[in-house]
Write a protein that binds this ligand. Structure first.
Ligand code: NAD
Length: 301
């Protein structure tokens, strides 16, 4: 089988100054993509800024014979997000691929979480992904081609103590991904999400140290590379990835309970087991699909 190549393609990777984003940028560049390495260069909570990390990764790519430019902007502001895409256009004349990866943590149990902690996390992960994709979207549409990967998290998909802000942002990205996949389809734009697990500064005090080698960023980048390749026609999906394993995550609905008349609270109580049954379940690809059976039932179809 032919090697997956990105010659002629231009990729924007946000938060690529280290960790997973750096891994994605190196992987895409090694396969021929020209890469905008974006990173604000702050600490894990998002405080501070430095052009150093983005420049270091761009230099690393260039030294290895690839093509990259650094961008030190903030994904969470319209100006910063616009400038990231403009950097791609100025340096390489186009943009084909967007990998929304930039992220911060402000973990706190819900009872102690402040508005500022909630807003800061939503701003980088959810708003940042919206802003960068939004800046790139007209260019992808114009060319009739694009690939976008958003970075969700098992914490959002399945919940995690102390991460109400982060989980809300990460599950928000699932809805964002699935909706953009539907809106992008007619323009040849594919949009998927990953929910990774890897040893980075974000997880170094969470994961046992002996896992560091086996949970490297290089175990996540191959999925991103495939998802943003033109060979991949899958869109609107979410994949967990890490430590050598990749799996699709399904948003599925059980068979449920339905009745012809008006539902009462007692009906819900009395049919609770059927309502909670998990099998057989259906994984819907859109809200339209999910509503189909209800519409058919109401119209007697
Ligand atoms: P990391 O802290 O090593 O990398 C995140 C990068 O994003 C940093 O370099 C940081 O400077 C940059 N960044 C933060 N705010 C930014 C902003 N406003 N604009 C531009 N850049 C900004 O962490 P990581 O583990 O590599 O995380 C990468 C992504 O993967 C994040 O979205 C994270 O939530 C997600 N994720 C990671 C894991 C894991 O196990 N490491 C698990 C699930 C999800």
């Amino acid at each position: 089988m032919a090697e997956l190549r990105f010659d002629g393609r231009v990729a924007v990777v946000t938060g690529a100054g280290q960790g997973l984003g750096r891994g994605h940028a190196l992987e895409l560049a090694a396969r021929g993509a020209r890469v905008v390495v974006n990173d604000l260069g702050g600490d894990r909570s998002g405080a501070g800024a430095s052009a150093g990390p983005a420049q270091a990764v761009a230099d690393e790519i260039t030294a290895a014979g690839g093509e990259a430019v650094a961008d030190p902007g903030d994904v969470a502001t319209p100006e910063g997000a616009g400038a990231i895409v403009q950097t791609a256009l100025d340096a390489f004349g186009r943009v084909d691929i967007v990998v929304n990866n930039a992220g911060i943590l402000r973990d706190r149990s819900f009872k102690n979480m402040t508005v500022a902690e909630f807003d800061a996390v939503i701003a980088v992960h959810l708003r940042g992904s919206f802003l960068v994709t939004s800046a790139a979207w007209p260019h992808l549409r114009e060319r009739g081609y694009g690939r976008v990967v958003n970075t969700s998290s098992p914490a959002g998909l399945f919940g995690n103590f102390g991460q109400a802000n982060y989980a809300a942002a990460k599950m928000g990205l699932v809805g964002f991904t699935r909706t953009l996949a539907q809106e992008g389809a007619k323009y040849g734009i594919g949009v998927n999400a990953i929910a990774p697990i890897a040893w980075t500064r974000m997880t170094e005090d969470l994961l046992p140290a002996e896992f560091a080698d086996r949970l490297g960023a290089e175990q996540v980048a191959p999925l991103v590379a495939y998802l943003v390749h033109e060979d991949n026609a899958e869109t609107g999906e979410v994949y967990t990835v890490g430590g050598g394993r990749v799996a699709k995550v399904f948003v599925a609905e059980g068979p449920g309970y339905a009745q012809a008349g008006t539902l009462s609270a007692e009906d819900v109580r009395d049919n609770w087991a059927a309502i909670n049954a998990a099998e057989p379940s259906t994984a819907h690809r859109s809200m339209g699909e999910q509503m189909g059976p209800l519409i058919r039932r109401l119209t007697g179809g």
